[in-house]
Design a protein around this ligand. Structure first.
Ligand code: WQD
Length: 347
C-alpha cells in the first residue's frame, strides 16, 4: 500500500484529503507543526475512517527535523504539500513571515524529496495566481498575473520552484492544484474548517455570525461591476477538493512515464456573488444573517471562477457537492463546534 506524506495534515484541506486517501487504499503520515491547526483533526480522521494516522509535530522550516521524518519513513512514495500560511490580508501586513514560512518550508521539503528520490509531488496552489483575470472563466492557460498579495506571490513562486525541480532528475513528476474557494465540511461533522482567531474567509465569517460568535459580519463592497455589486467567487466543497488530490496521485502513479509538472484548476465552474452565498446560507440554515455593507477589502479581485474541464477529463474528477451542500455542511460543523464548547463550559 503506497505511503503518502501529507504536510499540513491537521489543517482544513489536509485533514479532508487524508480521509479521502485512507478511504482509497493509501497509507498516510502527516507533518504539521500545529501553529494554525490542532491535533483534534487527527481524532476526527480516526472517527471517520477507523484508521489512526501519525502526525509529526515538525516545522518544515527546520530542515533537520523534517529530514528525520523521511529517515524514519523510507517507504514514502508521494508527497502532498499543504502546509503554508494562507490569509491574504495577513500576508499584506506581514510579508517576510509569509515568504519565510511558505518558501523555506517548500524548499526544505523538496530537498528531502530529492534526498530520498520520492517520485511524486502534489503542490497545493491557488487561483490567487491569476490575480484579477482579464476574462473568466479562467483556464490553466490563463495568464498568471502580478500577485495581488504576498500570499499570492508565494503560491506563484512555489509553482515555479516545483516546476523547475521537476525538470531535474530529482523527481519524476508533479501536479499543481489551483484551488478556488474551498468551503464546507465533511458530512460527518467530525472535521471541518477551524480558523484561528477572527475568520478572514467568507463562509466561516457567515457561520460564526449565524451561531452568535460574531455580532455581525461585513460584506466588503457592493459597488463592484457585478450582477448585485458584490464580488464573484467559485466556491468548491472541501471534500471535492480532497478527492481531486487522491485522483492526482493516482494519475501520477498511472502515468509513470510522465516527467512533467501538470496544472489543474479545482473549482466548481460556477461564479457566485457574496450576497448570493449569504442568501443561500440563510435559506439552508433558516438563520437571518446580521451583516452590513462595508468598504471594499484591499487585494480582493472583482470576479473569478474556473474552467475545470482539464481536472474533469484528465483526472476523472466528479464534483459531488453544490452550494447548498457547502453551506449545509459548513453550518452543521459550526453547530458541532458550538455544542462541544458548551459541553466543556458545563463540565
Ligand atoms: C471571498 C469573498 C471577500 C469575508 C480565498 C483564500 C485564498 C485562496 C483563494 C486557497 C471576497 C468577501 C470575505 C468577510 C466578505 N484559496 N468577504 N466578508 O479572498 O477569495 O481568497 O480563496 O488557497 O487562500 O483566502 O476568499 O473567503 O476571504 O473572500 O465580504 O467577512 O468574500 O471580500 O469578495 P478569497 P475570502
Amino acid at each position: 500500500m503506497a505511503k503518502i506524506l501529507v504536510t499540513g495534515g491537521c489543517g482544513y484541506i489536509g485533514s479532508h484529503t487524508i480521509v479521502d486517501l485512507l478511504e482509497n487504499g493509501f497509507s498516510v503520515i502527516s507533518i504539521d507543526d500545529n501553529s494554525r491547526s490542532t491535533a483534534y483533526a487527527v481524532s476526527g480522521i480516526e472517527q471517520i475512517t477507523g484508521k489512526k494516522i501519525k502526525n509529526y509535530k515538525v516545522d518544515l522550516k527546520n530542515f533537520d527535523e523534517t529530514l528525520a521524518v523521511f529517515q524514519e519513513n523510507e517507504d514514502i512514495s508521494g508527497v502532498i504539500h499543504f502546509a503554508a500560511y494562507k490569509a491574504v490580508g495577513e500576508s499584506v501586513a506581514e510579508p517576510l513571515r509569509y515568504y519565510e514560512n511558505n518558501m523555506i518550508g517548500l524548499i526544505n521539503l523538496l530537498k528531502c524529496v530529492q534526498e530520498f528520490d520520492i517520485p511524486y509531488f502534489v503542490f497545493s496552489s491557488s487561483c490567487t495566481v491569476y490575480g484579477n483575470p482579464d476574462s473568466i472563466p479562467v483556464t490553466e492557460l490563463s495568464p498568471v498575473k502580478k500577485a495581488e498579495s504576498p500570499y499570492g506571490a508565494t503560491k506563484q513562486m512555489g509553482e515555479e520552484i516545483v516546476a523547475d525541480y521537476t525538470k531535474t532528475d530529482g523527481m519524476r513528476a508533479a501536479i499543481l492544484l489551483r484551488y478556488f474557494n474551498p468551503v464546507g465540511a465533511h458530512p460527518s461533522a467530525f472535521i471541518g474548517e477551524s480558523p484561528v482567531g477572527k475568520p478572514q474567509n467568507l463562509v466561516p465569517a457567515i457561520t460564526q455570525t449565524a451561531v452568535g460568535k460574531l455580532p455581525k459580519m461585513m460584506v466588503f463592497g457592493d459597488d463592484y461591476p457585478t450582477r448585485d455589486g458584490s464580488c464573484i467567487r467559485d466556491y468548491i466543497h472541501v471534500c471535492d477538493i480532497a478527492r481531486a488530490h487522491t485522483l492526482a496521485l493516482q494519475y501520477l502513479v498511472d502515468n509513470k512515464n510522465k516527467t512533467t509538472c501538470d496544472i489543474f484548476n479545482l473549482g466548481s465552474g460556477n461564479g457566485i456573488t457574496v450576497l448570493e452565498a449569504i442568501h443561500t446560507f440563510e435559506e439552508v440554515s433558516g438563520v437571518k444573517l446580521n451583516y452590513e455593507i462595508a468598504p471594499r477589502r484591499p487585494g480582493d479581485v472583482v470576479a473569478i471562477y474556473a474552467n475545470n474541464d482539464a481536472a474533469v477529463s484528465e483526472l476523472g474528477w466528479e464534483i459531488k457537492y453544490d452550494i447548498t451542500e457547502m453551506m449545509r455542511t459548513a453550518w452543521a460543523w459550526e453547530l458541532k463546534i458550538k455544542a462541544a464548547e458548551e459541553k466543556v463550559k458545563s463540565n
